[in-house]
Design a binder for this molecule. Structure first.
Ligand SMILES: Nc1ncnc2c1ncn2[C@@H]1O[C@H](COP(=O)(O)OP(=O)(O)OP(=O)(O)O)[C@@H](O)[C@H]1O
Ligand SMILES: O=P(O)(O)OC[C@H]1O[C@H](OP(=O)(O)OP(=O)(O)O)[C@H](O)[C@@H]1O
Ligand SMILES: O=C(O)c1cccnc1
Ligand SMILES: [Mg+2]
Length: 595
């Protein structure tokens, strides 16, 4: 492997870009990694062969599953891991005491060409204690990787899990928009949140496509089947965010509406100077779209079916909606809660939508950003259905309703319980800041050095590390669900389909079960082969990671995924590994003496 400082590295004839964030360099580590590297070097230990496991101890958000994310960025860091002369000078100035020239030479030559990384595929549903990454290599180098890889995995996995949890509550058919850029923890927090919410099953990061396609108001059979197709596609592909930079960087589909400022910036329809609008088929031009909207508003106000409930609406809001429709006749969506949702926003939206329909355009829908979202969405839906009937607009009853405003898992759950008519949720603060839990808590622990297994003991059993270079498998049962994850020693035989294997809780003697797997999946794959000559797994495209994640979530047994008191998923070790852990434990723990 040839790696260049601050440039793309070449591995197996392929160039690999560096991490997305240029701040991710070998210096993005804790000082103690460099002081340890120096001390390892002084002790002549720097090239000892070490194996570290990266894992977490507890699933986040009170749940029983986690989505693993951040692997691609880790591999990009590792592929490009090389210190520049400036960085080396800075380290030497920073280290306490003097820095010997030999260490400077050593730093100049380090890279990850002798590091091997085995990892679970990004987007996989994972569980406590099972290594997500196993990093093997010269101890000093791998030690330097500890902090950046933890940084790259912790938030990525936390926010992907948060997104997956929101998706599970919202249901498959809803469109989920990530609106968090303004509230995220800085630019990297925002970009990472957009990327990993997409992985966890979020749709766009703002709107450019109409959820109901462009044939909504046609009535012939051909158009109906087209409508069915578009509806199907919109359900299956409702994948979206509002963060433009994330859209550009990762190809995440972007969607968006407009803000209250846009609505309140208008004073009256007289402000609209350019009033003409071509028909959607270009066949003719309506010279005064503003008047067309006004005439539709009058018809709505006089409509008996609406029980003459629509009085005077806010004209500045109507001006804003009309202007937005003139700018985006194919993507008209209105924020309807600036003045009064039912007395003004919804009737104004309908007037503009009916005028657009006259010219062959189909409107997208409305956004509600305050008030009782269950009640208001239901009331708005009734109006859309009445308008569909009254004015013969096939499909108008299904006009999309987006809801936003401090949404989180609990509010989505409450809306489901009450019944609502929301098609799409825009979620920001609670999603991207992971408000319900600040960090995942992945750790990076030494499990073997120079082929000698190592263990970290703790008063708290859950914090005792599982020693040895391990292999990890997921065992599937008869119903197709995964039953248990099992870790074995590196050289133990792999569990076999149809063959009974004893799975033991790593620390609780009485917890054990026989499993006859119907399918065995090896979890750790080689993503960075170092000098081993092994074949490197390709890094999949983000869309493939997302698809993998969604499939994984769908395949989980529902009781592991429920919000209230979910069943813990079993994570186990082989009988041989169990015995070895406890042998090593007894060996390393000093025997106390009572006085
Ligand atoms: N039907 C509902 N059930 C449960 N929670 C809801 C429902 N409708 C809205 N919410 C939530 O209730 C909260 C209402 O927020 P808040 O009290 O700030 O009022 P608001 O609607 O934003 O009004 P305003 O804009 O006038 O301040 C939001 O978090 C929103 O997501
Ligand atoms: O509520 P969140 O989940 O964070 O989603 C994003 C919010 O950001 C926007 O408004 P903003 O909060 O900036 O202003 P507002 O509260 O006055 O609408 C938008 O209208 C949402 O309400
Ligand atoms: O597009 C939107 O409606 C949007 C985007 C970000 C935050 N709030 C709303
Ligand atoms: Mg707000």
């Amino acid at each position: 492997m040839e790696a260049k400082a601050n440039g793309p590295s070449v591995n197996a004839g392929r160039v690999m870009d560096g991490p997305t964030n240029p701040m991710v360099t070998p210096l993005l580590t804790d000082l103690y990694q460099f002081t340890m590297a120096y001390a390892y070097w002084k002790a002549g230990k720097h090239n000892d062969r070490a194996v570290f496991d990266l894992y977490f101890r507890k699933n986040p958000f009170g749940g029983e599953f986690t989505v693993f994310a951040g692997l691609e960025e880790c591999i990009k860091l590792i592929a490009n891991f090389k210190l520049t002369e400036e960085e080396i000078s800075f380290i030497c100035e920073t280290l306490p005491g003097s820095c010997e020239e030999g260490f400077v030479k050593y730093l100049r030559n380090i890279d990850c060409s002798d590091v091997e990384v085995y990892a679970i595929s990004e987007g996989t549903v994972v569980f406590p204690k099972v290594p997500l990454l196993r990093v093997e290599g010269p101890v000093a180098v791998v030690q330097l990787l500890e902090t950046p890889v933890l940084n790259l995995v912790n938030f990525a996995s936390l926010v992907a899990t948060n997104a997956a949890r929101h998706r599970l509550v919202a249901g498959k058919s809803k469109m989920l928009l990530e609106f968090g850029l303004r509230r995220a923890q800085g630019p990297d927090g925002a970009i990472s949140a957009s990327k990993y919410c997409y992985v966890g099953g979020f749709d766009a990061t703002s709107y450019s496509d109409n959820a109901y396609g462009s044939s909504l108001f046609f009535t012939n059979v051909d158009s109906l089947s087209k409508l069915m197709f578009v509806l199907l596609v919109s359900v299956l592909c409702c994948v979206l965010a509002s963060n433009v930079a994330a859209g550009r960087l990762f190809g995440i589909p972007l969607r968006g509406t407009h803000s209250h400022a846009f609505v309140s910036s208008f004073m009256s329809p007289d402000e609209i100077l350019e009033r003409s609008l071509h028909r959607s088929d270009g066949s003719s031009t309506c010279e005064d779209f503003v008047s067309l909207v006004q005439s539709w508003l009058s018809k709505i106000q006089w409509a008996k079916a609406l029980g003459n409930t629509v009085g005077e609406t806010n004209q500045s809001e109507l001006a804003a909606f009309t202007s937005y429709a003139l700018a985006f006749p194919n993507n008209f969506l209105a924020l309807v809660d600036t003045y009064d949702v039912m007395r003004s926003g919804v009737p104004n939206f309908c007037a503009v939508a009916l005028a657009l329909n006259d010219l062959g355009y189909k409107s997208v829908g409305i956004r509600l950003d305050s008030g009782d979202l269950a009640y208001l969405s239901g009331e708005a839906r009734k109006i859309f259905q009445i308008i569909e009937k009254e004015f013969g607009l096939l499909g108008f009853g299904k006009t999309s309703i987006t809801a936003s405003n401090d949404l989180n898992e609990e509010t989505l759950d409450a809306l489901n319980k009450q019944g609502h008519e929301v098609d799409c949720y825009g979620i920001g603060t609670y999603l991207v800041t992971c408000y319900a839990q600040a960090a995942l808590g992945c750790v990076f622990k030494l499990v073997e050095i120079n082929n000698q297994p190592r263990i970290k003991l703790s008063e708290d059993v859950s914090k005792v590390s599982i020693p040895c270079k391990k292999r990890c498998y997921r065992l599937y049962g008869r119903e197709g669900y995964s039953l248990v994850d099992i870790m074995t020693g590196e050289n133990e035989p792999c569990p076999k389909v149809g063959e009974r294997i004893l799975c033991r809780h790593p620390f609780n003697e009485s917890k054990r079960a026989y499993v006859v797997p119907q399918r065995v999946e090896e979890l750790l794959k080689c993503y960075w082969p170092g000098k081993s000559g092994k074949v490197r797994e390709e890094l999949p495209a983000l869309k493939d990671i997302r698809d993998h994640c969604i499939k994984q979530l769908e395949q989980m047994r529902p009781d592991h995924m429920r919000r209230l008191n979910p069943t813990p998923y079993k994570v186990s070790v082989s009988a041989k590994l169990y015995d070895f852990i406890h042998f090593l434990w007894l060996n390393e723990a000093p025997v106390g003496e009572l006085q």
